[in-house]
Write a protein that binds this ligand. Structure first.
Ligand code: HEC
Length: 188
């Protein structure tokens, strides 16, 4: 291939890729993000109706079930991850996700609003192109009940958490921090 032709191909490809990322991001958000307010609302309702310990199933079962539903509907890999997990088996980030979570913290420290923190990228995994999307999950008031200062938890809640999560790292958060992220891997 002549170098000039190769170069023009490259330039022709660049804007297309940028546009693809924009379209993929919009489509992914539209499909996946409705899960977030659903869980937050369910959590608020459950804490009000059943108390904090009684609301554990919302984060433990309901959120994973809603995510699983989306996974089955789309065929994409969708998870919740965190740098400080409560359930390491489900929530441990891979290297790309660790980088984005660290970057979210830096961007937040630099004044970016955490409810809009997100990242999209097309990466190559095992020789195949994959679209990756990640969205920060902020710590709101209701989250502090189970992810805030552990010394404020009542004995019943402490016991319940200790029983299921002996290696719990997901406490000590304050309002406005980043609890973790919703992460999507979409084969192209
Ligand atoms: C009633 C207690 C409770 C409240 C309130 C709560 N969580 Fe959780 N959270 C849990 C439990 C229990 C787990 C472990 C779930 C599992 O076993 O997969 C968890 C796990 C998570 C995870 C997955 C990563 C990890 O640490 O394992 C994220 C993300 C998360 N919570 C975010 C939130 C956010 C955001 C809020 C506020 C909207 C919130 N949680 C409120 C109990 C709670």
């Amino acid at each position: 291939m002549k170098p000039l032709f190769a170069l023009s191909l490259l330039f022709a490809a660049l804007p297309a890729l940028a546009q693809d990322i924009g379209t993929l991001t919009a489509d992914t958000k539209k499909t996946v993000l409705p899960v977030v307010p659903k869980v937050v609302n369910a959590m608020q309702e459950a804490v009000a109706a059943k108390g904090v310990a009684g609301a554990i199933p919302v984060c433990k079962e309901q959120a994973p079930a809603l995510i699983k539903e989306k996974r089955q509907e789309t065929g994409w890999d969708i998870r919740r991850v965190s740098l400080k997990t409560r359930n390491a088996e489900r929530g441990t980030p891979d290297l790309w996700e660790v980088r984005q979570l660290a970057d979210f913290n830096i961007r937040a420290a630099n004044g970016e609003k955490i409810d809009t923190l997100e990242k999209s990228e097309i990466v190559t995994i095992d020789g195949k192109q994959v679209f990756r999307y990640m969205k920060a999950l902020p710590v709101g008031d209701v989250c502090l009940n189970c992810h805030g200062a552990a010394e404020n938890f009542d004995a019943g809640l402490k016991a319940k958490l200790a029983e299921s999560y002996p290696h719990d790292q997901a406490t000590g958060y304050t309002k406005g921090q980043i609890r973790g992220a919703l992460t999507v891997k979409r084969p192209l």
